[in-house]
Design a protein around this ligand. Sequence first.
Ligand code: ATP
Ligand code: MG
Length: 350
Amino acid sequence: MPLESLTIGLIPADGIGREVIPAARHALEALGSDIPKPEFIDLLAGFEYFTRTGTALPEETVQILRQDCDCALFGSVSSPSRKVVGYSSPIVALRKELDLYANIRPVFSVAPNPGEQPNVDLVVVRENTECLYVKDENLSEGPHGKEARATRLITERASRRIGQTAFELALNRPRKHLTIIHKSNVLSITDGLFRETVRGVPGLPDSNGKYDHVAVMEQLVDSAVYRLFREPQVFDVMVAPNLYGDILSDAAAALVGSLGLIPSVNQGDDFVMGEPVHGSAPDIAGKGIANPLATIRSAALMLRQLGYDTGANRLDKAVNQVIREGQILTPDLGGTSKTQEVIDEVLKKI
Ligand code: ATP
Ligand code: MG
């Protein structure tokens, strides 16, 4: 049923997240009647918030997202490189709390950038709830000094549903091609389970043979990265456990010019949250030069997931036009423009 208004939670969090989330807000407001009237709720979370309050993700934020929001946009969170007592990443927690089990990251080229590989058009489908990101780590004293261990969790349930998401996506793309990424030659139990489970999706009773037309390939994660740089055009949809998916999508971003272009959505069965793939970029935060396009594209992905294709298409078209014209671009794409100038240009195109 079409909504009268669309309530969108905005969680800028840290660093350039605060500079790029307003871009998406303005872009969504500019869509007029293409989408239900957007209502925004500003929500708190992040490392900076943690340093002030001792919590990274206030309960109230989760509650408002659950009760009042139709969807959300997340900026980026700073991750301290050393362990900070009491801190754990709010985005990892949010994905868990809202059961956003799939992270979908499209990477494609629209115009040649310096050093760009042509003809990239792929989607990384990253499992979002387990693998090494369960963060079950411990440190102990061994006979020869410290010993650190981490537990990696792979379950049949999570592998099956990410597999289903990936097959569904592949089915709806022209090439209908899926590559399963794993390292089961070494991690035969964990990656073996992931691989077998994803492979088994077409044979599930509720698949009804509909995935028979999806061509399935497999690739070990290390050789997949190599291949990604040598011949990225062979990839269509890539499905991977959490950590490999994280790394692969950052690597794929380099093929099309900048992390500042790559959007994602975190999606579950009943909630969707857009989020640029990039982090908080402490090296450029506060300078007003962050590329806002990944976040605007994330808003488009979020709209598409909710069924507002007309609005999503308009956002994507405006972004692609700005990239193609190549006049108003931030420094990561070789330009000299500020974040605000790029936002204004996108708004003009919308
Ligand atoms: P974090 O720990 O928050 O992920 P990081 O140091 O890994 O921080 P990223 O945000 O992942 O930083 O960025 C990696 C590189 O890409 C940095 O040099 C950053 O400046 C650049 N970058 C990332 N996002 C953007 C953007 N939106 N616009 C311009 N440059 C960006
Ligand atoms: Mg990073």
